[in-house]
Write a protein that binds this ligand. Structure first.
Ligand code: PEP
Length: 252
């Protein structure tokens, strides 16, 4: 499959930001704009806003996803949300294993793959994040980490019907440091080769995004890389103007 036939994704990860009113205003503003029809736009708000934003975006080009999930369907798991709950709220995607979940909340790849598998069982598309820390990069271990995290994070996941991967070097998240297009392409094509080692040519169907301080100035050169199928954007996605500018510059 040609890289051009993988529809580009622009995904906004709001993390623990924005009030309910601001979140709704953001979505209303996006809905009033013309988005390029050949891209997919995903917004990952705090869980409390999933239902409202899913209702607002029904039948639009904007799709809503959760930032986290627990693999059990229900039970004594205080503070967690399950795949059926995310589904009932109308969300169609979920981020699994964001670096903040891995490094602040101690999620392992084994937990990440259980989460992603539980999402798929409910028809929710997992967006699985993988990336090396600065220490691992400085120690020359990037490819080793990407190999082992890719293989273990995909262990309980199916290539069909769908999953999305994001390469997010931890040192580039929220730091203003961005991987060079060459480094992003090298890491993402390496991740794709790991996927190929387990699922063969289905690897060419799977979209792999870059994330880490993406902004309106660097999106064009990143998304021009043949293996980069879009971007997962944190800080610069918190304002509809800057998110739209990224989309515009990434689709010129
Ligand atoms: C992210 O949260 O996934 C992310 C990439 O954040 P930022 O764009 O702020 O680096």
């Amino acid at each position: 499959m040609e890289s051009g036939s993988r529809r580009k994704i622009f995904a906004a990860n709001w993390k623990m930001n924005l009030s309910a009113a601001k979140a709704e205003q953001f979505i209303q503003e996006m809905l009033s704009l013309d988005l390029p029809s050949d891209i997919q736009v995903l917004v990952f708000p705090p869980a409390l806003y999933l239902q409202r934003l899913s209702e607002l975006t029904a039948n639009s080009q904007i799709e809503i996803g959760a930032q986290n999930i627990y693999w059990e369907r229900s039970g004594a798991y205080t503070g967690e949300i399950s795949a059926p709950m995310i589904d009932e709220a109308g969300a169609k995607f979920v981020i699994c294993g964001h670096s903040e979940r891995r490094h602040i909340f101690g999620e392992s790849s084994e937990m990440v793959t259980r989460k992603a598998g539980a999402a798929q069982d409910e028809g929710i598309v997992p967006l699985i994040c993988i990336g090396e820390t600065l220490e691992e990069r400085n120690a020359g271990e990037t490819l080793e980490v990407l190999q082992s995290d890719t293989l273990s994070s995909l262990a309980a996941v199916d290539p069909d019907p769908e999953l999305i991967i994001a390469y997010e070097p931890v040192w580039a998240i929220g730091t203003g440091l961005t991987a060079t297009p060459e480094d992003a392409e090298k890491s993402i094509s390496y991740i794709r080769e790991q996927v190929r080692s387990i699922w063969g040519d289905l690897a060419d169907k799977i979209r792999i995004l870059y994330g880490g301080s993406v902004n309106a100035d660097n999106i064009a050169e990143l998304i021009a890389c043949p293996n980069v199928d879009g971007a997962l954007i944190g800080g610069a996605s918190l304002n509809p103007d800057s998110f739209m500018e990224i989309i515009r510059n990434g689709t010129k």
